[in-house]
Every structure is written in C-alpha cells, then in structure tokens.
Design a protein around this ligand. Structure first.
Ligand SMILES: Cc1cc2nc3c(=O)[nH]c(=O)nc-3n(C[C@H](O)[C@H](O)[C@H](O)COP(=O)(O)O)c2cc1C
Ligand code: SF4
Length: 443
C-alpha cells in the first residue's frame, strides 16, 4: 500500500482492523455526525459530494439512495457487493482486511439515510480469508454495541441495523446486482430484467439498495470532511480517491489509493516503478478485464477518471489497471479473456451464451494458426450482436475487450491469419487438406 494520496479509505495505521484502534483514529465520528442530521440531509450531502459508485458503473451514490421509497412499512435492505471476481480487480478485499470498521460505519450511515434495518455483506465464497476478516470485525462491533440493538445505548439514538456477512458460492455473475440478489435469496445466481429496479423490487420483493464495498467506505470521509471539501479532491466530475489495483508486467504491483484523475504514466512509472527490464508497454486495460484496452503509445497524458477515459473510448470500471509489456501475445490475451466470459456466462440469454462460445472458438483457431482473415471481421460482428442485446451487462463485458483488442491490435490478428495462409498453401503443395475452412463455415 502506498504512502501518498489523501488516504480516505486505506490509511496506513497499524492494526486499524481492530475496533479500539479504529475508534482511537476517529472511528464512528462520521456516523455520530450523520445522526445529528435528518436522513434527507445525509442523502443530500452524499449527492452533493458527487460520489460515484466504485463497483464499475460509476453511478451517483446519492442519487441511488434517493430512489429508495420513504415512509413505507415494508422492510428495506442494503446489499454490499464484495463479490469482486473480475480479473484485474482486487481492491475491496483490502478494505475487508485492513479497514473493515470503516465499511461498517459506511453501512450505518447508508442504513440511517435510507431507513434500512438489515444489511448483507456479500463476499465471494472462495475468499475465506476476507470473509473471516469481515466476520471478525462485525462480531467485534456487535459485542461492543456498534451494530444491533446495543447501538441505541452507544449512540443515544433509536436507529439500529443488523449486518449479516454472506458467503457466495463463487461465481463472477453473482457480482451483477440482480444476480447477487437471486443468490442471496438462495436461488441460482441468475440476473433479472430491469425494470423493476432494486429500489422498487429487490431482495424478497422489498426495496433494496446495492452498493460496492469501496463506495460505502468512502461515505465516511465524505461525512467527516463535508461534500464541498471532498469535491476538491481529484477530477471535477468524478471526485475523490480511487483504490487503483495495478497488476501484470509492472515492478511494484499492488493497490494504491490516489485521487481520481491521476496521470496513468505517473501511476505506472513514478509510483509502480515501470515495467520489468525497462520493456515497453504494449497495452493496458484501465479498469478490469471487461474494459476496452489502450495501446502503450496512447497512454501519455491519460488521466484516470471516468470522463477522461470515456473520451478515448474506454472506462474507469473498477480501476484495476492491467499492464502488458512489448512481448505480450495479444491474441492469446484476447482468447484468455474470451474464455473467462464464456465460462462465466450464466446462459440465460442466447446472444451471450452462444456468442461468448463463438468468440472463444474463433479466437482459439486464430491463436492456433488455423483462422482466416474473415474470422477477424466475424469476431467483430459477433461482438456487436452481443452488445446491448442481453439481460445483464456481462454480455457487453465479454464483447468490449474482444472488439477493443481487434481495433487496437488488428495487425497482430492479421499476422496470425497470414501465417495460416502460407500454412494452407504448404499443405496443398504436399497434397494434404487443412480442415480450418470447414470450421469457419460452422460458426
Ligand atoms: C458481470 C458483472 C459483475 C459485477 N461484479 C461486481 C462486483 O464484483 N462488485 C461490485 O461492486 N459491482 C459489480 N458489478 C456491478 C454491480 O452490478 C453494481 O452496479 C454495483 O455493485 C453497484 O454498486 P455501486 O453503485 O456502489 O458501484 C458487476 C456487474 C456485472 C455486469
Ligand atoms: S448477459 Fe450473459 S450472464 Fe447476463 S443474463 Fe444473459 S446469459 Fe446471463
């Protein structure tokens, strides 16, 4: 973890995961401030801060909270999304491990603002270590009266909330918010059509808000410092700090908390020590495996906030930056990513179920040197037919990197296909037939 940046979420304090240390460092001051305000005032403050969700979609958190129905007798729920299964994303688990009480405090503030009495922290099943970290913190907070009935005495206020740590079974699709709800209800993790949106019909048919772990942890400094001060950090339209997860061909990989809008080159070279053996960067993915890539020669001057990245055809996503050096086989990377999405597709909608399989199949034959140049355009066509035609955004997440890598590195795909052409003629000379032409017809 880095020692620079404003440290809104990951301060470098020894044993901060212990409640007494958290309390000594201003823990629950933000919540005490929040309960002196009305719930509408808390929502207005979060809206004014322009905090945008850290789960990938970058939607306004205050706005999302304001969608929750008020003054209704039905139970309402908060689901905290800690599934974090996208390749290249590994930031939320840092909060579970190093600063779980800040997440609990964020949950208390969100719960108070929306009148929610039950919250579920959904963590991917395989993340045993982080499930334990979070469960230990929740148990400690219950015992000390910072969650549950005893909160009334601790804070001198009638509001209480219960927090349940829930272990998922381990599927990327369960990070998609409607699928997460199906999984929490005990069903197969199938995404649902929207509308109805979770604020109207969520968990067990009741109004529900789903927020990312980092999003809720960030609410604490917003309440502490006020929306105006928070907005001064980072990019104007996407303010605050981000937990950037840097992986791949980089000397100092890790999670770095830095303002939004930080120069990508500053992160990669000044803070992360550049690429091993001083190799050139061939490509980077800026926000987890589903985001379109950038070429190494495009990264100069690029700022890491959603609006800056949108202007150049990609997105901030989860701020999981994946670095690929000059020796990287781009066709192989694209195939690997396509394999992941094909494997993780829940199979409910045809364009995603079939299209992801087709993309993997075509890429596999290009990778093996058995493709034709039509295959490259076929891939683009399959990607376009998936995008926007599915129940959930996994379809888009599968299509974007395939299209992005072809658009940015078509030469590498062409080179693989050209090799194939000479291979075919060689076989013909020797009187053998290659079967790849038949394969092309089948997809
Ligand atoms: C396939 C898929 C996987 C997702 N996985 C996650 C995840 O692991 N964690 C997360 O917070 N959001 C994930 N999301 C986004 C959620 O659907 C949702 O937008 C987010 O949890 C909302 O929280 P936020 O507004 O605080 O960002 C995923 C979306 C899709 C389509
Ligand atoms: S887009 Fe894919 S993952 Fe999402 S519902 Fe359809 S088949 Fe399932």
């Amino acid at each position: 973890m880095l020692e620079t940046g404003p440290h809104l979420v990951l301060p470098k304090i020894e044993n901060l995961h212990k409640l007494d240390v958290y309390l000594k460092n201003g823990g629950f001051d933000a919540y005490k401030k929040a309960i002196k305000m009305t719930s509408d005032e808390v929502i207005a403050e979060v809206k004014a801060s322009n905090l945008r969700g850290r789960g990938g979609a970058c939607f306004s958190t205050g706005m999302k909270w304001s969608f929750m129905p008020k003054g209704n007798e039905k139970p309402k729920y908060l689901a905290i999304n800690g599934d974090e299964s996208e390749p290249g994303s590994f930031k939320d688990r840092q909060i579970f491990e190093y600063n779980p009480h800040q997440l609990i405090e964020g949950i208390l503030i969100a719960g108070y603002a929306m009148g929610i009495k039950t919250a579920f922290i959904y963590i991917r099943g395989e993340y045993h270590k982080w499930v334990k970290c979070m469960q230990d913190a929740v148990d400690e907070a219950y015992a000390a009266g910072y969650i549950g009935e005893k909160m009334k005495k601790t804070f001198g206020n009638d509001y209480t909330i219960d927090i349940v740590v829930h272990k998922g079974a381990g599927a990327y699709i369960c990070g998609e918010e409607t699928s997460l709800m199906s999984s929490l209800e005990g069903d197969r993790g199938y995404p649902r059509f929207k509308p109805p949106f979770p604020a109207n019909k969520g968990l067990w048919g009741m109004p529900t808000t789903i927020n990312n772990v980092e999003t809720l942890a960030t609410v604490v400094p917003i309440m502490n410092m006020g929306a105006e001060a928070y907005k001064q950090i980072g990019a104007v339209e996407h303010p605050g700090t981000l937990l950037y997860g840097i992986s791949g061909h980089i000397n100092k990989p890790g999670v770095y908390e830095l303002p939004t809008g930080t120069l990508l080159t500053e992160i990669l070279f000044d803070l992360c020590g550049g690429v091993p053996n001083n190799k050139k960067i061939k490509a980077i993915i800026p926000g987890g495996s589903s985001m379109p890539p950038l070429r190494g020669d495009e990264i100069e001057g690029v700022r890491m906030d959603n609006e800056s990245l949108r202007k150049i055809g990609t997105y901030i996503g989860t701020a999981g930056v994946m670095v690929m050096d000059e020796d990287t086989d781009i066709v192989k990377v694209t195939l690997r990513i396509a394999h992941f999405y094909h494997h993780e597709s829940c199979g409910q909608c045809t364009p995603c179920r079939e299209g992801c399989g087709w993309m993997e199949k075509i890429l596999k034959r290009i990778y093996k040197g058995e493709g034709t140049s039509q295959d490259i355009d076929l891939l683009l066509s399959v990607a376009s037919n998936i995008e926007g035609n599915t129940i959930c955004a996994l379809g888009d997440a599968a299509a974007w990197p395939v299209r992005g890598f072809i658009l940015k590195f078509r030469d590498e795909f062409e080179a693989r296909v050209k090799k194939q052409r000479s291979f075919i003629s060689l076989n013909v000379v020797h009187g053998r037939r290659n079967t790849s032409q038949t394969l092309v017809q089948t997809v």
